[in-house]
Design a protein around this ligand. Sequence first.
Ligand SMILES: CC(C)(COP(=O)(O)OP(=O)(O)OC[C@H]1O[C@@H](n2cnc3c(N)ncnc32)[C@H](O)[C@@H]1OP(=O)(O)O)[C@@H](O)C(=O)NCCC(=O)NCCS
Length: 146
Amino acid sequence: MNIHYDTLKEEYLDAITNLDKLCFSIPWSKNLFASELASRFAHYVLALDGESVIGYCGIQSVAGEGSITNIAVHPAYRNQGIASTLLEQIIDYARAQKLDFVTLEVRESNINAINLYTKYGFELVGSRKGYYADNHETALLMTLQL
Ligand SMILES: CC(C)(COP(=O)(O)OP(=O)(O)OC[C@H]1O[C@@H](n2cnc3c(N)ncnc32)[C@H](O)[C@@H]1OP(=O)(O)O)[C@@H](O)C(=O)NCCC(=O)NCCS
């Protein structure tokens, strides 16, 4: 394994789209990732094993507020600290941008992700019932004050 990290680039768009299909019930389209790449409000960090994209985390920031769009790691690479490294890089970026806080939504059943966010200091601040279109699951809102 040769894990390294890079920011999102045009050449990674197909691979990140394929990774998203593996990791989410409602994956993002390539067009959506392309619009994130073009947006000056968005920043994405990718984990790569050689040439393969095996993880990513993204943030959108506007007016001092950051919002984590997503974090995902390829199933074969989980529980090795890769999401932790991605999230640390996004939090470092948020601090460098002098954001006041970072917020996110997570499915209430997604214990692994909730544990990950809690490990990095995110706190539960609220919930949105029926937020997810596929199974009407509740979203938990979590915030990290910077
Ligand atoms: C959530 C996800 C990104 C974690 O990726 P990962 O690289 O395996 O995470 P790490 O190895 O860095 O683990 C970091 C922390 O996450 C939590 N965690 C990860 N896997 C876990 C598991 N199987 N059980 C319990 N907690 C878990 C723990 O707090 C862990 O810290 P610890 O090892 O000190 O206990 C990964 O499981 C994933 O891609 N899931 C599908 C996509 C998804 O649900 N994303 C979140 C959307 S909100």
